[in-house]
Write a protein that binds this ligand. Structure first.
Ligand SMILES: [Fe+2]
Length: 336
């Protein structure tokens, strides 16, 4: 795509006075570690929401997946998007009320890609949102390539299936108003940018080599390494720049950041938060190149979560330091 075209792809993205992100679901529970001033810990958030004691039932559930509540602020106007729903309604239903999250504030839902660890909790989240907002349907942004039967080819040649994500019908029954469109778009009066397809340009980010897909008839598993349905979310924060939210980075973290940089230039990238998918033998092998190439973006904040894995987190902390790298954990709130 010509550079000029990329630069004009999101001309209307609003400049926010700030963005506030609640980690509703993440793999990690880390309520005790101290956090920087612009982050509040799970314990602080539970107490703020009214928890009167440290009760066993009161802590957040951490589980394999991610769900972020992203609120953009301009003056006293606040608009909120739910970015993914984690793997199961159990986590969303447990965590949201304990954290005091106002589900009625969610005006749009974005699903990053068609994997169950991001989509399984969406029906429950939609039910909570519509129960809280008086039954108003909520736009749910997806794209057609998400709705595949997917699996993983094992070493012995068998296919281990991945649970299908909730269908368009299930999402609509739960209160969603599904917008099934592959193109990039601005959401909520231009306060948020949802990307389109992310070009694969680096030599070493190769998707999920073992992933396979099959057709609706359930026959014919075929290679499906690229996860081309993956999208990222971005906001533009005044005096900081573009904050990128990438839920699983199957496009490759560096490919995501290259696309974001080219899309929003000359506005600089400020930071990135989400799952960077650098865990597992295939992906751990590309940690050195990824972290090395990450340096060129000069990010001011890096929040690795979900599928990033401890080896990549350690490497990033070693390279960029604790003032930039703040690992994600369930129940935390980040201010940008
Ligand atoms: Fe994931």
């Amino acid at each position: 795509m010509p550079e000029q075209q990329l630069r004009n792809e999101a001309p209307g993205l609003a400049v926010l006075d700030g963005a506030d992100v609640f980690v509703l679901v993440d793999n990690v529970s880390d309520a005790l570690s101290s956090v920087p001033d612009d982050v509040t810990s799970e314990f602080d958030n539970l107490m703020e929401a009214g928890a009167e004691s440290f009760s066993g039932d009161g802590f957040c559930f951490a589980c394999f997946g991610i769900s972020l509540m992203v609120t953009g602020r301009i003056g006293d106007q606040m608009r909120t998007i739910l970015f993914d729903g984690g793997p199961t309604g159990l986590a969303v239903e447990h965590n949201a009320p304990r954290l005091g999250i106002d589900m009625a504030a969610v005006e749009a839902v974005v699903l990053s890609h068609g994997h169950i660890d991001h989509a399984g909790g969406l029906p429950a989240a939609l039910a909570l949102i519509t129960a809280a907002n008086g039954g108003r349907p909520v736009p749910v942004h997806v794209n057609p390539e998400m709705f595949l039967h997917r699996g993983e080819r094992l070493d012995n040649g068998d296919v281990y299936p991945l649970e299908d994500i909730p269908s368009v019908e299930v999402l609509e029954e739960a209160g969603g108003q599904v917008e099934n469109d592959p193109e990039p778009r601005l959401l909520l009066d231009g306060m948020f940018y949802l990307s389109g397809e992310i070009p694969r340009t680096t030599s070493y980010e190769k998707g999920i080599p073992v992933q396979v897909k099959r057709n609706a008839a359930g026959t014919n598993w075929k290679p499906d390494p690229w996860v081309m349905d993956e999208r990222y979310l971005a906001v533009n924060v005044r005096d900081k720049g573009i904050m990128v939210f990438t839920a699983c980075s199957h496009a490759g973290l560096i490919n995501v950041l290259i696309h974001a940089r080219d899309t929003f230039a000359p506005t600089p990238l400020f930071g990135v938060m989400g799952g960077f998918h650098l865990a597992g033998k295939i992906f751990e092998a590309i940690i050195p190149e990824t972290v090395s190439d990450l340096e060129e973006f000069d990010l001011k904040v890096i929040v690795p979560g979900h599928c990033t894995g401890w080896r990549a987190v350690h490497r990033m902390v070693d390279t960029f330091g604790e003032s930039i790298v703040v690992p994600s954990a369930v129940g935390r709130r980040h201010l940008f």
